[in-house]
Design a binder for this molecule. Structure first.
Ligand SMILES: [Zn+2]
Length: 487
């Protein structure tokens, strides 16, 4: 009963260009920023399609009677023809939504669009609702989880309007033909899982997929809540599941995904507790059992690195060195972890990347935020090897980053008008800071930068600008990196 229709082969998605000339320009950051290597200022989408042997640009597949997966390049949406009209999840993009509307009309001629549902607020899935509304009616409602509302209002993107109605735990649509479930924080804090009981079919985006690594360094992911969310998904009695990326799966696929994240957590935790650095962990935790999974080559390492950062931020494996800054740890032993709740789920959540307090605790810069502080020159010569500082603390879109690390004071704000992060990095020390560069991580998982390395003479500063590439994000974090001066 599976029917497909495809367009002819087309090149990858059209992508907005960085319109700004960067005074400090972007350079590739190894594997974590493969998109930068595309050159020409091409921006990433959450999933960048390979242009070479690209499959058809879109494909509509009937996954159950009257229920369709609409795939656009690397993203999947789902729409269902119900007794109350068509319910369409995730317009994906302005461009995709145009075709999405045509496909809905083709398979359900004359049907009304009853509602649009956002799986979550990330732009690479939720953009394009206005295009569907232009095709089907300006008053088509948009449903989403409550936590999707504020970031979308704040973003004020006409192509990504906020929901017209939200839910907290569950919502039923079309007289119960469709259920929306909230399973707690996972890939984001606003994932709405769709369930169609008559078809034993679920739709879940970005926190699970079939035999595929998590997105990049898992920056937007919430651990350990992820485990609860996937377990919660398994409590929904689906048999078939459509994912936001990749082919549909079954319950076993979701179980494998859960096992993967547990294995990742366990393997990286062991490495962190053994005192391995992030680089060492990335080199040794190879997740061999998952070598056949999609994205092994480009996201395995990033998943490991991301998990290392999360566990470290949660206080797992605290070292003596950090102990002197924090003053309350012995070394990564059981007690130390207990104190920080490193092993306990609640504890880890508390010490996760959301907490501003966590910053002071972990970087020894506690009182510095927003002030001049007494740090000047204090740490200038302290670097051994490149210092890529990850405080792991995220701030809101409208907040200003102002922090001094290794003598480099970074002041950065997000300018929605230019869709870019702009600011300065200043050498507050009496010595030259070498190879200073800046990175921004968005809560959507995207990394911006780093900027080109620049040497800064004492007291001088340089401007920083990083295009946000049209990504929707709620929170962000930034850090300068300073390297030892050659010779
Ligand atoms: Zn997402």
């Amino acid at each position: 009963m599976i029917r497909k229709r495809s367009s002819g082969p087309v090149s990858g998605p059209s992508i907005p260009r960085n319109s700004r000339t960067l005074r400090v320009s972007l350079v590739a950051l190894g594997a974590s920023a493969a998109w930068v290597a595309c050159g020409g200022g091409d921006a990433p989408s959450d999933e960048t399609a390979g242009a070479a042997d690209a499959p058809p640009q879109f494909e509509t597949t009937e996954v159950a009677e009257g229920v369709y997966q609409f795939r656009w390049v690397g993203h999947n949406a789902l729409f269902a023809v119900t007794s109350e009209g068509v319910f369409a999840f995730d317009p994906i993009s302005v461009e995709a939504a145009t075709t999405y509307a045509e496909e809905i009309r083709r398979v359900a001629p004359g049907a009304e669009l009853a509602a649009i549902v956002y799986s979550h607020n990330h732009a690479d899935h939720a953009t394009g609702a206005e295009v569907l509304r232009e095709a089907f009616g300006a008053d088509v409602p948009i449903y989403a989880h409550r936590n999707a509302d504020a970031p979308l209002r704040e973003a004020a993107d006409p192509d990504l309007p906020p929901p017209t109605a939200t839910f907290d735990e569950t919502m039923t649509l079309a007289g119960g033909e469709i259920e929306l479930h909230y399973l707690g924080r996972s890939h984001s804090d606003d994932i709405a899982v769709g369930f169609l009981p008559a078809h034993d079919l679920a739709f879940a985006v970005d926190f699970v997929s079939r035999d595929r690594f998590g997105y990049q360094d898992l920056a937007s992911f919430h651990f350990p809540d992820m485990f609860d969310a996937i377990e919660g998904l398994l409590e929904i009695p689906f048999e078939t599941i459509v994912f936001g990326h990749g082919p549909p799966g079954d319950r076993a696929a979701v179980e494998r995904q859960l096992t993967y994240y547990r294995d990742l957590d366990a393997a990286v935790r062991t490495a962190v507790e053994a005192g391995l650095s992030e680089d060492e962990t990335a080199e040794t935790v190879l997740m061999e059992d998952y070598r056949h999974w999609d994205r092994y080559d480009d996201w395995r390492e990033l998943n490991v690195r991301g998990m290392h950062r999360k566990l470290t931020a949660a206080g797992v494996g605290e070292s003596e060195e950090e102990g002197e800054e924090e003053g309350e740890h012995d070394e990564g032993g059981e007690e130390g972890e207990g104190e920080h709740g490193g092993e306990g789920r609640e504890g880890r959540g508390e010490h996760g990347r959301e907490g501003r307090e966590g910053r002071g605790e972990h970087d020894g810069n506690g009182g510095e935020h927003g002030g001049e502080g007494g740090e000047h020159g204090g740490e200038g010569g302290h670097a051994e090897g490149e210092e890529g500082e990850e405080s792991g603390v995220y701030i809101g879109r409208a907040e200003t980053w102002d922090e001094t690390r290794r003598g480099a004071r970074l002041i950065l704000t997000f300018d929605p008008g230019r869709n870019a992060f702009a600011g300065t990095v200043e050498n507050t020390t009496d010595e030259t800071l070498c190879a200073v560069r800046v990175e921004v991580h968005l809560s959507s998982g995207t990394e911006l930068g780093p900027t080109q390395r620049t040497d800064l003479a004492p007291g001088t500063s340089t401007t920083v600008e990083l295009a946000a590439l049209g990504e929707a994000f709620e929170r962000w974090t930034a850090h300068p990196e300073v390297s030892p001066c050659a010779g």
